[in-house]
Design a protein around this ligand. Structure first.
Ligand code: NDP
Ligand code: MG
Length: 385
């Protein structure tokens, strides 16, 4: 039995804290050697005192002294800023990086971990939305496996085990449909952040919860699947499945469909990503199939949920278009949460940015950084009007 040394980037968030629950369940199997947070110094300090990783990093440089003082006398090196997070990501003390950062902030640390040849357990889907081609190219170059944490992609990954790529007809991603599934399109205009933050099946960080309500999350997951499984967009379908029990499916050439089922509990896909190719014991699974009275499936309405259509469009156009979509969405979600833009206006902000930011067919990493800045500026200008 070998111990896997891991760093957790974004350890104070929803996925980060659940990753720590998985680690605590299997203390002989996992050792945490690095932790990072954005600004939650208090929780980072508590985690570092418990786990004594070799390095921790706090994104907010103003909190550096607080973290350093709290950990004085302990064998933990404290770093700060984006550079500090990248240092933890690339540090040789860990052999796997769990990327649980949110949004564009995950891209450079993921690349740093790949550069160091580490296995990646990827929750941060925006990294593949922004730079899927570049990231997958780097993973291939380094011979690194990217293991999906996202429940849908973990399901697809499991359905594909033992199958050849040539036998796959299509990937079918399931979506709960979020809290507004049955709302008329006109009523979407008036939904509040509080209503959008009430996800029917999952408890997650705020950004992904809003993305789930707008189906932007599902659109991002289509892009994520395109890169993780090297499938064309036309072979990735979305169906609404309100119970979130079937986590996703794969249809094969002979018409047969494989599905992966489980309770909606992120600790299960996290555990699999950390332990693959093994499966470790868990107290969280054991779905009772007699409990959700029925499993239902409906087509996804891309007219009502415009963001899903925008994601397919961005993927078809390729280049820096998904990066533009992601940046404008980050700005739009933040504004929606602050009450400075409406729910449906978020789609308009993205469309506006997609039309305005110069299109690049084969962007470099620097081009993507610049695209991200431009798209944010354009989105902010529109909201400011
Ligand atoms: P949270 O907002 O709960 O956590 C985000 C983590 O990243 C926190 O540790 C936060 O630190 C840190 N962070 C945020 N912004 C920055 C920044 N600019 N620089 C450095 N660190 C930062 O998000 P989730 O855990 O919900 O989601 C993480 C990722 O996983 C997302 O990409 C999401 O789409 C994906 N995902 C999440 C699922 C879920 O169930 N939550 C399911 C599937 C995918 P701090 O706490 O200090 O702010
Ligand atoms: Mg998901």
């Amino acid at each position: 039995m070998t111990e896997k040394r891991i760093c957790i980037l974004g350890s104070t968030g929803s996925i980060g804290t659940q990753t720590l629950e998985v680690v605590r369940r299997h203390p002989a199997r996992f050792r945490v050697t690095g932790l990072t947070a954005g600004s939650n110094a208090r929780l980072l300090i508590a985690q570092a005192r418990e786990l004594l990783p070799e390095k921790v990093a706090i994104g907010d440089e103003n909190k550096y002294h607080e973290v350093r003082e709290a950990l004085a006398g302990r064998p933990v090196q404290v770093l700060a800023g984006e550079e500090g997070i990248r240092e933890v990501a690339g540090d040789p003390s860990s052999e796997m990086a769990v990327v649980a950062l949110v949004g564009f902030s995950g891209l450079l640390p993921t690349l740093a971990a790949l550069e160091a040849g580490k296995e990646i357990a990827l929750a941060n889907k925006e990294t593949l939305v922004v730079a899927g081609e570049l990231v997958m190219h780097k993973a291939r170059e380094k011979g690194v496996t990217i293991l999906p944490v996202d429940s849908e992609h973990s399901a697809v990954f499991q359905c594909l085990m033992g199958e050849s790529k040539a036998s796959v007809e299509k990937i079918i991603l399931t979506a709960s449909g979020g809290p507004f599934l049955h709302l008329a399109v006109e009523d979407l205009e008036h939904v509040t952040p509080a209503a959008a933050l009430k996800h029917p099946n999952w408890k997650m960080g705020n950004k992904i919860t809003i993305d789930s309500a707008s189906l932007m999350n599902k659109g991002f997951e289509v892009i994520e699947a395109r890169w993780l499984f090297d499938m064309p967009p036309s072979a990735i379908e979305v169906v609404i499945h309100p119970q979130s029990v079937v986590h996703s499916m794969v249809q094969f050439r002979d018409g047969s469909i494989k599905a992966q089922l489980g309770d909606p509990d992120m600790r299960l896909p996290i555990l699999l990503a950390l332990s693959w190719p093994e499966r470790l014991e868990s107290p969280w699974g054991g779905l009772d199939l007699t409990r959700p009275a029925e499993l239902t499936f409906l087509p996804a309405d891309k007219k009502k949920f415009r963001n899903l259509a925008l994601a397919y469009e961005a993927l078809q156009r390729g280049g820096n278009m998904p990066c533009i979509l992601n940046a404008a969405n980050e700005v739009a979600v933040r504004a929606f949460l602050k009450g400075t833009t409406g729910f449906r206006k978020m789609s308009e902000i993205m469309e506006h940015a997609m039309a305005r930011v110069p299109f690049l067919q084969e962007p470099t990493l620097d081009d993507l950084m610049e695209t991200d800045r431009q798209a944010r500026r354009i989105a902010e200008e529109l909201i400011g009007k």
